[in-house]
Design a binder for this molecule. Structure first.
Ligand code: URA
Length: 186
């Protein structure tokens, strides 16, 4: 089997996530499919969302629905495409009716995200929204730190879903995406 070590490790991780179940946590029991991270195993930048929604649950890939379409536009604004980056979620199973994931469910999935990030070793992590941000910078508030570099490796953005019906937030998100682009390619 070929491929550099990170790709192999990520393929194993992906297989484990896809086969995940039987643990008793509600999202893991009710989801149609698990949604592993996706993209370039050598990515310098990893985007971390909260949890899959309906479309992602159907397709088994992260950010494929309306929030995903907006994320694609933001990537374009930052001068990158999906194939350049890695996109994942804190929780890999859709919570029923898209409710927020509960703390024990987040803790249950955290070792997978930790392994994922260890394998990829990105230069920059982009937490999308306050739920994802909480795991990287528990004290930080998304309204204060969005679009700024934290600890030399975090660049939080508002969650695309939050901006879908809020034009002011959407404009801020695009502005932050341009700042991200400048950081990646000064
Ligand atoms: N929202 C997320 O946080 N993740 C997805 O994959 C889709 C929508």
């Amino acid at each position: 089997m070929g491929g550099p070590a990170p790709a192999r490790g990520l393929a194993d991780l992906r297989d484990e996530i896809v086969a995940h179940g039987g643990c008793g946590y509600e999202p893991c029991e009710t989801a149609t499919r698990m949604v592993p991270g996706d993209g370039n195993p050598d990515a310098a930048v990893v985007f971390v969302g909260e949890a899959p929604g309906k479309t992602e649950d159907e397709l088994g890939r992260p950010f494929m629905g309306r929030a995903g379409k907006l994320l694609d536009e933001l990537l374009a604004e930052a001068g990158v495409v999906r194939a350049d980056v890695w996109i994942t979620n804190v929780v890999k199973a859709r919570p029923p009716k898209n409710r927020d994931p509960k703390a024990p469910e987040i803790a249950h999935w955290m070792p997978f995200l930790v392994r994922e990030l260890e394998l990829i070793q990105p230069q920059l992590i982009v937490p999308l929204g306050r739920h994802a941000l909480k795991h990287f910078a528990p004290e930080a508030k998304i309204g204060e730190v969005h679009g700024t570099l934290l600890d030399e490796r975090l660049f939080p953005l508002y969650h695309p879903a939050a901006a879908m019906y809020n034009q002011t937030l959407k404009a801020t998100l695009f502005e932050d995406a341009r700042a991200l682009g400048a950081l990646l390619d000064p």
